[in-house]
Ligand binder design. Sequence first.
Ligand code: NCD
Length: 312
Amino acid sequence: MISNMSKLSQPHLLGIKNITPKDIELIFETTANFKEVINRPIKKVPSLRDVTIANIFFENSTRTRLSFELAEKRLSADMINFTASNSSVKKGETLLDTVNNVLAMKVDMVVMRHASVGAPHFLAKHIKAKIINAGDGTHEHPTQALLDTFSIYEKLGTLAGKKVAIIGDILHSRVALSNIFALLKMGAKVMVCGPPTLLPKYISTLGVTVEYDVQKALEWCDVANVLRIQLERQQIKYFPSLREYSLYYGINKKLLDKLNKKIVLMHPGPINRGVELTSDAADSHHSIILDQVENGVAVRMAVLYLLAGAAA
Ligand code: NCD
Protein backbone atom coordinates (compact mmCIF):
# COMPACT_ATOMS: atom_id res chain seq x y z
CA MET A 1 0.00 0.00 0.00
CA ILE A 2 2.80 2.39 0.93
CA SER A 3 5.83 2.87 -1.32
CA ASN A 4 9.40 2.78 0.02
CA MET A 5 9.53 6.55 -0.31
CA SER A 6 6.69 6.89 2.20
CA LYS A 7 8.28 6.12 5.52
CA LEU A 8 8.02 7.68 8.94
CA SER A 9 11.00 9.75 10.00
CA GLN A 10 11.20 7.89 13.36
CA PRO A 11 11.66 4.21 14.25
CA HIS A 12 9.34 4.57 17.28
CA LEU A 13 6.23 6.59 18.12
CA LEU A 14 7.21 8.09 21.47
CA GLY A 15 5.35 11.36 21.13
CA ILE A 16 4.05 13.92 18.66
CA LYS A 17 6.76 16.40 19.64
CA ASN A 18 9.43 14.63 17.62
CA ILE A 19 7.48 13.68 14.48
CA THR A 20 7.07 15.89 11.41
CA PRO A 21 3.95 17.29 9.69
CA LYS A 22 4.86 14.95 6.79
CA ASP A 23 4.75 11.98 9.18
CA ILE A 24 1.28 13.07 10.31
CA GLU A 25 0.10 13.44 6.70
CA LEU A 26 1.40 9.96 5.91
CA ILE A 27 -0.36 8.53 8.97
CA PHE A 28 -3.63 10.25 7.92
CA GLU A 29 -3.35 8.88 4.36
CA THR A 30 -2.71 5.37 5.67
CA THR A 31 -5.51 5.74 8.23
CA ALA A 32 -8.01 6.61 5.49
CA ASN A 33 -7.00 3.44 3.62
CA PHE A 34 -7.37 1.29 6.73
CA LYS A 35 -10.69 2.91 7.60
CA GLU A 36 -11.96 1.66 4.26
CA VAL A 37 -10.61 -1.82 5.11
CA ILE A 38 -12.34 -2.02 8.51
CA ASN A 39 -15.66 -1.08 6.97
CA ARG A 40 -15.53 -4.04 4.58
CA PRO A 41 -17.40 -7.26 5.39
CA ILE A 42 -13.98 -8.95 5.75
CA LYS A 43 -12.05 -6.56 7.95
CA LYS A 44 -8.73 -8.36 8.11
CA VAL A 45 -5.59 -7.86 6.00
CA PRO A 46 -2.35 -9.89 6.15
CA SER A 47 -0.04 -6.83 6.41
CA LEU A 48 1.58 -7.74 9.77
CA ARG A 49 1.58 -11.52 9.47
CA ASP A 50 4.68 -12.83 11.31
CA VAL A 51 5.01 -9.62 13.35
CA THR A 52 4.64 -10.15 17.11
CA ILE A 53 3.38 -7.30 19.28
CA ALA A 54 3.28 -7.06 23.07
CA ASN A 55 0.75 -4.71 24.66
CA ILE A 56 2.23 -3.79 28.01
CA PHE A 57 -0.11 -1.77 30.22
CA PHE A 58 1.02 -0.53 33.63
CA GLU A 59 -2.00 1.80 33.93
CA ASN A 60 -5.74 1.32 33.48
CA SER A 61 -7.16 1.49 29.98
CA THR A 62 -10.32 0.53 28.12
CA ARG A 63 -10.43 2.25 24.73
CA THR A 64 -6.71 2.47 24.03
CA ARG A 65 -5.97 -1.17 24.89
CA LEU A 66 -8.97 -2.59 23.04
CA SER A 67 -8.27 -0.34 20.08
CA PHE A 68 -4.63 -1.47 19.81
CA GLU A 69 -5.66 -5.12 20.22
CA LEU A 70 -8.25 -4.83 17.49
CA ALA A 71 -5.85 -2.95 15.20
CA GLU A 72 -3.26 -5.72 15.65
CA LYS A 73 -5.85 -8.43 14.95
CA ARG A 74 -7.11 -6.64 11.84
CA LEU A 75 -3.50 -6.56 10.57
CA SER A 76 -3.01 -10.30 11.33
CA ALA A 77 -0.20 -9.67 13.84
CA ASP A 78 0.45 -12.12 16.68
CA MET A 79 -0.19 -10.36 19.96
CA ILE A 80 0.30 -10.87 23.65
CA ASN A 81 -1.17 -8.83 26.47
CA PHE A 82 0.38 -7.87 29.75
CA THR A 83 -1.24 -5.91 32.55
CA ALA A 84 0.89 -4.90 35.51
CA SER A 85 -1.80 -5.53 38.10
CA ASN A 86 -1.51 -9.32 37.79
CA SER A 87 2.17 -9.60 36.83
CA SER A 88 5.59 -10.05 38.48
CA VAL A 89 5.91 -6.25 38.66
CA LYS A 90 3.97 -6.76 41.88
CA LYS A 91 6.87 -9.01 43.05
CA GLY A 92 9.43 -6.23 42.56
CA GLU A 93 10.65 -6.77 38.97
CA THR A 94 12.08 -3.69 37.20
CA LEU A 95 10.59 -2.25 34.00
CA LEU A 96 13.68 -3.21 31.99
CA ASP A 97 13.67 -6.79 33.32
CA THR A 98 9.97 -7.18 32.60
CA VAL A 99 10.31 -5.92 29.06
CA ASN A 100 13.53 -7.85 28.34
CA ASN A 101 11.79 -11.03 29.42
CA VAL A 102 8.91 -10.28 27.10
CA LEU A 103 11.38 -9.56 24.28
CA ALA A 104 13.24 -12.83 24.88
CA MET A 105 10.04 -14.41 23.58
CA LYS A 106 10.88 -12.77 20.20
CA VAL A 107 8.60 -9.75 20.21
CA ASP A 108 9.01 -7.16 17.42
CA MET A 109 6.96 -4.25 18.75
CA VAL A 110 5.91 -3.02 22.16
CA VAL A 111 2.86 -0.88 22.84
CA MET A 112 3.30 0.53 26.32
CA ARG A 113 1.29 2.61 28.79
CA HIS A 114 3.12 3.63 31.95
CA ALA A 115 2.51 6.05 34.81
CA SER A 116 6.04 7.49 34.60
CA VAL A 117 6.83 10.30 32.20
CA GLY A 118 9.55 9.16 29.77
CA ALA A 119 9.17 5.40 30.40
CA PRO A 120 8.80 4.56 26.66
CA HIS A 121 11.72 6.90 25.79
CA PHE A 122 13.86 5.02 28.32
CA LEU A 123 12.87 1.68 26.83
CA ALA A 124 13.58 2.83 23.29
CA LYS A 125 17.19 3.52 24.33
CA HIS A 126 17.67 0.10 25.89
CA ILE A 127 15.81 -2.44 23.81
CA LYS A 128 15.68 -3.42 20.17
CA ALA A 129 11.91 -3.58 19.54
CA LYS A 130 9.88 -0.72 18.06
CA ILE A 131 8.06 1.18 20.82
CA ILE A 132 4.68 2.88 20.67
CA ASN A 133 3.77 5.13 23.56
CA ALA A 134 0.16 4.45 24.61
CA GLY A 135 0.38 7.16 27.30
CA ASP A 136 3.26 8.05 29.66
CA GLY A 137 1.99 9.70 32.83
CA THR A 138 0.93 13.30 32.26
CA HIS A 139 3.27 13.66 29.26
CA GLU A 140 2.18 12.38 25.83
CA HIS A 141 -0.46 10.13 24.28
CA PRO A 142 0.44 10.31 20.60
CA THR A 143 -2.08 7.89 19.08
CA GLN A 144 -4.91 9.72 20.88
CA ALA A 145 -3.76 13.02 19.35
CA LEU A 146 -3.50 11.39 15.92
CA LEU A 147 -7.02 10.00 16.14
CA ASP A 148 -8.35 13.31 17.44
CA THR A 149 -6.73 15.36 14.70
CA PHE A 150 -7.70 12.79 12.05
CA SER A 151 -11.32 13.03 13.27
CA ILE A 152 -11.26 16.84 12.94
CA TYR A 153 -9.64 16.57 9.50
CA GLU A 154 -12.31 14.10 8.42
CA LYS A 155 -15.14 16.28 9.74
CA LEU A 156 -13.89 19.71 8.58
CA GLY A 157 -11.79 18.74 5.53
CA THR A 158 -8.66 20.44 6.86
CA LEU A 159 -6.89 21.41 10.06
CA ALA A 160 -5.19 24.50 8.66
CA GLY A 161 -6.70 27.63 10.20
CA LYS A 162 -9.30 25.73 12.24
CA LYS A 163 -9.78 26.88 15.82
CA VAL A 164 -9.63 24.17 18.45
CA ALA A 165 -10.33 24.80 22.15
CA ILE A 166 -9.04 22.17 24.58
CA ILE A 167 -11.13 22.52 27.72
CA GLY A 168 -10.60 21.01 31.17
CA ASP A 169 -7.76 19.55 33.20
CA ILE A 170 -4.84 20.51 30.97
CA LEU A 171 -2.30 20.20 33.80
CA HIS A 172 -2.69 16.44 34.22
CA SER A 173 -3.55 15.55 30.64
CA ARG A 174 -1.21 13.77 28.25
CA VAL A 175 -3.99 14.07 25.64
CA ALA A 176 -3.77 17.87 25.85
CA LEU A 177 -0.02 18.07 25.24
CA SER A 178 -0.01 15.62 22.32
CA ASN A 179 -3.03 17.36 20.79
CA ILE A 180 -1.37 20.77 21.07
CA PHE A 181 1.74 19.49 19.25
CA ALA A 182 -0.30 17.75 16.53
CA LEU A 183 -2.73 20.63 15.95
CA LEU A 184 0.00 23.27 15.74
CA LYS A 185 2.06 21.10 13.36
CA MET A 186 -0.99 20.83 11.09
CA GLY A 187 -1.64 24.59 11.09
CA ALA A 188 -4.61 24.77 13.48
CA LYS A 189 -5.06 27.52 16.07
CA VAL A 190 -5.23 26.24 19.64
CA MET A 191 -6.76 27.67 22.81
CA VAL A 192 -6.69 26.02 26.21
CA CYS A 193 -9.44 26.74 28.72
CA GLY A 194 -9.92 25.73 32.34
CA PRO A 195 -9.56 26.98 35.88
CA PRO A 196 -6.18 28.74 36.35
CA THR A 197 -5.03 26.00 38.74
CA LEU A 198 -5.45 23.37 36.01
CA LEU A 199 -3.53 25.28 33.31
CA PRO A 200 0.27 24.85 33.53
CA LYS A 201 2.17 28.17 33.73
CA TYR A 202 4.39 27.31 30.72
CA ILE A 203 1.48 26.52 28.41
CA SER A 204 1.39 29.80 26.44
CA THR A 205 5.05 29.31 25.48
CA LEU A 206 3.88 26.40 23.31
CA GLY A 207 2.01 28.84 21.03
CA VAL A 208 -1.52 28.43 22.37
CA THR A 209 -3.84 31.09 23.77
CA VAL A 210 -5.24 30.82 27.28
CA GLU A 211 -8.86 31.50 28.24
CA TYR A 212 -10.51 31.06 31.63
CA ASP A 213 -14.10 31.65 30.49
CA VAL A 214 -15.64 28.59 28.89
CA GLN A 215 -18.40 30.60 27.18
CA LYS A 216 -15.79 32.73 25.40
CA ALA A 217 -13.80 29.63 24.42
CA LEU A 218 -16.91 28.05 22.89
CA GLU A 219 -17.75 31.26 21.01
CA TRP A 220 -14.21 31.35 19.57
CA CYS A 221 -13.74 27.77 18.46
CA ASP A 222 -14.80 25.45 15.61
CA VAL A 223 -13.97 22.40 17.72
CA ALA A 224 -14.19 21.88 21.49
CA ASN A 225 -12.14 18.97 22.81
CA VAL A 226 -13.29 18.44 26.38
CA LEU A 227 -11.03 16.60 28.81
CA ARG A 228 -11.71 14.63 31.94
CA ILE A 229 -10.83 15.91 35.40
CA GLN A 230 -8.01 13.49 36.28
CA LEU A 231 -8.81 13.10 39.97
CA GLU A 232 -6.50 10.08 40.26
CA ARG A 233 -3.51 12.37 39.50
CA GLN A 234 -4.57 15.18 41.85
CA GLN A 235 -2.91 14.88 45.24
CA ILE A 236 -4.12 18.32 46.34
CA LYS A 237 -7.35 20.22 45.74
CA TYR A 238 -7.25 22.23 42.49
CA PHE A 239 -10.86 23.47 42.75
CA PRO A 240 -13.41 23.55 45.57
CA SER A 241 -15.76 20.78 44.40
CA LEU A 242 -16.89 18.81 41.33
CA ARG A 243 -20.24 20.60 41.60
CA GLU A 244 -18.52 23.97 41.28
CA TYR A 245 -16.30 22.74 38.44
CA SER A 246 -19.29 21.57 36.47
CA LEU A 247 -21.13 24.83 37.18
CA TYR A 248 -18.31 26.94 35.69
CA TYR A 249 -16.66 24.59 33.19
CA GLY A 250 -19.19 21.83 32.50
CA ILE A 251 -20.61 21.83 28.98
CA ASN A 252 -24.27 21.16 28.35
CA LYS A 253 -26.43 21.15 25.21
CA LYS A 254 -28.10 24.47 26.07
CA LEU A 255 -24.69 26.15 26.04
CA LEU A 256 -23.84 24.60 22.66
CA ASP A 257 -27.20 25.33 21.03
CA LYS A 258 -27.08 28.94 22.25
CA LEU A 259 -23.93 29.48 20.17
CA ASN A 260 -25.96 29.48 16.97
CA LYS A 261 -23.12 28.02 14.95
CA LYS A 262 -21.82 24.60 14.04
CA ILE A 263 -19.44 23.27 16.66
CA VAL A 264 -17.70 19.92 16.81
CA LEU A 265 -17.66 18.38 20.29
CA MET A 266 -14.97 15.86 21.19
CA HIS A 267 -13.86 13.91 24.24
CA PRO A 268 -11.13 11.23 24.43
CA GLY A 269 -13.07 9.21 27.01
CA PRO A 270 -13.71 8.06 29.63
CA ILE A 271 -16.37 10.75 30.17
CA ASN A 272 -17.36 11.78 33.65
CA ARG A 273 -20.98 12.44 32.74
CA GLY A 274 -22.35 15.37 34.67
CA VAL A 275 -18.88 16.78 35.44
CA GLU A 276 -17.15 18.03 32.27
CA LEU A 277 -20.03 17.10 29.93
CA THR A 278 -23.73 16.51 30.48
CA SER A 279 -25.31 13.53 28.74
CA ASP A 280 -27.43 15.77 26.50
CA ALA A 281 -24.22 17.37 25.17
CA ALA A 282 -22.18 14.15 24.92
CA ASP A 283 -24.97 12.40 22.99
CA SER A 284 -26.00 15.42 20.87
CA HIS A 285 -25.57 15.92 17.12
CA HIS A 286 -22.57 18.16 17.90
CA SER A 287 -20.64 15.19 19.27
CA ILE A 288 -18.17 13.07 17.26
CA ILE A 289 -17.05 11.10 20.32
CA LEU A 290 -17.89 7.68 18.87
CA ASP A 291 -16.31 8.61 15.50
CA GLN A 292 -13.12 9.25 17.47
CA VAL A 293 -13.30 5.70 18.84
CA GLU A 294 -13.90 4.23 15.38
CA ASN A 295 -11.01 6.25 13.94
CA GLY A 296 -8.79 5.07 16.80
CA VAL A 297 -8.60 1.56 15.37
CA ALA A 298 -7.72 2.78 11.86
CA VAL A 299 -5.11 5.25 13.19
CA ARG A 300 -3.46 2.53 15.28
CA MET A 301 -3.45 0.17 12.31
CA ALA A 302 -1.69 2.91 10.32
CA VAL A 303 0.91 3.57 13.01
CA LEU A 304 1.67 -0.14 13.53
CA TYR A 305 1.86 -0.75 9.79
CA LEU A 306 4.15 2.21 9.11
CA LEU A 307 6.45 1.50 12.06
CA ALA A 308 6.76 -2.17 11.11
CA GLY A 309 8.12 -0.96 7.76
CA ALA A 310 10.41 1.72 9.23
CA ALA A 311 14.13 1.13 9.65
CA ALA A 312 15.20 0.41 13.25
C1 NCD B 1 -7.11 9.33 28.13
C2 NCD B 1 -5.85 8.84 28.82
O1 NCD B 1 -5.77 7.71 29.28
O2 NCD B 1 -4.92 9.63 28.83
N1 NCD B 1 -8.00 8.35 27.73
C3 NCD B 1 -7.78 7.59 26.61
O3 NCD B 1 -6.69 7.17 26.33
N2 NCD B 1 -8.85 7.38 25.82
C4 NCD B 1 -7.76 10.42 28.85
C5 NCD B 1 -8.28 10.18 30.23
O4 NCD B 1 -7.97 9.22 30.90
O5 NCD B 1 -9.03 11.07 30.68
